[in-house]
Design a protein around this ligand. Sequence first.
Ligand code: GLU
Length: 572
Amino acid sequence: MNVSIKTLMFASLTAASAVHADTTQTQPLVRATVSTDSAMVAAANPLAVKAGVDVLAKGGTAADAAVAVQMMLNLVEPQSSGIGGGAFMLYWDAQAKKLLTFDGREKAPASATPEYFYGDDGKPMKWWDGVVGGRSVGVPGTLKLVEHVHAKYGNQKWMSLLIPAIVKAQIGFEVSPRLHKSIAAAQERKLDLFESTRNYFFNEDGSPVAQGSYLKNPEFAQALREIGINGSAPFYTGRIAEDIVAAVATETNPGEMTLEDLANYSVIERAPVCVPYRAHEVCGMGPPTSGGLTMAQILTMLNNHDLPSMGPTAEAWHLYIEAAKLAYADRGLYMADADFVDMPEGLLDKTYLAQRAALIDLEQAMEKAEAGVPPKEDADRFSPDTQPERAGTSHFSIVDQFGNIVSMTTTIETGFGSRVMTNGFLLNNELTDFSFAAEREGLPVANRVEGGKRPRSSMSPTMVFKDGAPVLAIGSPGGSRIINYVTQKVIAILDWEMDLQAALDLPHVVNRNGATDLEENTAATDYQGALEALGHKVKTRGLNSGLHAIAIEDGKLFGAADSRREGIAAGF
Ligand code: GLU
């Protein structure tokens, strides 16, 4: 068994080095779908994949492997996720044949008011002014999430799952090209403002740590040792909690998080959001993320169109774009943390979505779509949220030898989060996923800040089922574009029967109810003329997804990692 893991790891790492040699993020690379018989991990970094596969090879479950993968990602891809952030996890319990969804999203401090991001002038701040410093830091949920799922479904000792990250943090890990580039880029965005962050990511002369150099993180190793011995307690009620509260009290833009906020954090098990899509059922995460519902709306609107026979053509993309506009319009107006906001019940009502789909003109693109009025909904209760979201997140998919599956999207929000670091990990800036404006024209924004509320997300960890059995786990980073990335790859895999790697690498066509973005330097730009002829406003730009997926077919596993990043899929 070990030999085949090593062989696979080697093959995959060779593919990953090809990525390393590449300097542009969206350069298409020739990669192949990886196939194994029993267990697999697909994630954003080869070291994290190896940590997960080793756990699976010892007989660990997907829940066990998720702990090891997350902790290693925290160390080697610190800009994207970690215990200072939040996450959503879908878990397929193979024995019970049940899908569970876990909400480990960050929360606003209890004291936060809707004017939390207003400046001295009484107006909402500029987005970036809100990001840097303790103010943007939400009460983190990722550690409690993986601990919770491990307690429920793990069979390996908790400490053993942290050891690979502890060892690497102690002896040092090789700075990947992507991490190096991200540090260099974030320097212009105040990554070197706070001392602890500056000392970790930059050399004494102020230059970013070099690609290929070894970075040690003894503080993180120490924090993980304490967490390994005592579970999440030191983080939520002990020494690390005190450090977090002290760290968010930055001189500029201080936060309001208290020890009580940390002590009161809890993971919530929620009902999955599932819709039929042709012969399959597609399931995702419900609020506070908008991911599951928005995807479900798009797919339901497209269900009556024959995308399978169209293939990836301008005709199919026109339909996709129009459905996306309509769904994003509802997202902007209605979707937020449903524990705080009375969201409409009928967002997935079949008749409602058929009426929405009927707004699609096959010959002419609509301008901006207006939100609809779902059944039982009074119009004009809310004002739309226009908050931007930036990319800095990670997705991993895991299948264990018992058939359990994890699809987890994990984030500290923008790359490097709030820039505030403590105990060797970065703290998120997730609170900037709230609308800074509390109201417009006298109507409240559903996604406004409130004490204890979870900011609306776009993260879309997804699983697809056929006849009740799982066939696909998938997800991606990418801010509010995530929903587009994941939905259209599901279409490519189910409707166009594309090979998994080819589907992930399929050039993106993105619409968030504005102009359509085509992925630059790819074949997506070939659709420009045809889409413009239908009245679409089209732009080309880099679109940096990080899709990591595992498909299950005839008892075999097929894994793929987005060529736009440096991850791999591997297993045995
Ligand atoms: N903070 C975003 C969200 O929760 C994710 C950002 C990203 O993907 O980079 O939706």
